[in-house]
Write a protein that binds this ligand. Structure first.
Ligand SMILES: [Zn+2]
Ligand SMILES: [Zn+2]
Length: 152
């Protein structure tokens, strides 16, 4: 699958990926770029190629595994990042309605909004800068909300 501009992933890799990461194509037809984590830049640590019609990538950086690299690469690539968007279905009006009427306290409400936006609960709590004790309470409120939403 290509991106918004190119139907072919190979064109996206050749143009967008190379421009975003400064990659060069090597004789084996794979591209290599320096590690995209700011301040790292380990030489040739990012590898990508296009088997079939989607871009596949790996990190060979000694300090940053794939999970560590992913958010930085996503920032560089925007909608060209494989699986970067569409991590979940679009939000349903009924979900928003249930949330608005849930009576959740403001912090739990914000957390649930981020979850609807596609974050995991832990990511949402991190983004909101919620401390450990408060997390416990928020998770509890959210699980009661989930029970109610499921009609229990
Ligand atoms: Zn692209
Ligand atoms: Zn690195």
């Amino acid at each position: 699958m290509g991106c918004d501009i190119y139907p072919d992933a190979e064109d996206c890799a050749t143009d967008h990926w190379c421009r975003a990461t400064g990659a060069r194509r090597e004789p084996n037809k794979q591209w290599r770029a320096d590690c995209p984590v700011p301040g790292c830049g380990a030489a040739r640590a990012l590898e990508f190629d296009v088997p079939g019609n989607s871009v596949r990538w790996k990190s060979f950086c000694g300090d940053h595994d794939k999970e560590a690299v992913r958010p930085h690469l996503a920032k560089l690539l925007g909608s060209c990042m494989p699986g970067g968007k569409a991590r979940r279905e679009p939000v349903m009006p009924a979900e928003l309605e249930a949330l608005a009427l849930s009576g959740l306290p403001p912090l739990a409400l914000k957390t649930q909004m981020l979850i609807l936006a596609g974050l995991t609960t832990t990511e949402a709590l991190d983004r909101l800068g919620v401390d450990r004790t408060t997390r416990y309470r928020v998770r509890d409120q959210l699980s009661r909300f989930a029970d109610k939403a499921a009609g229990r």
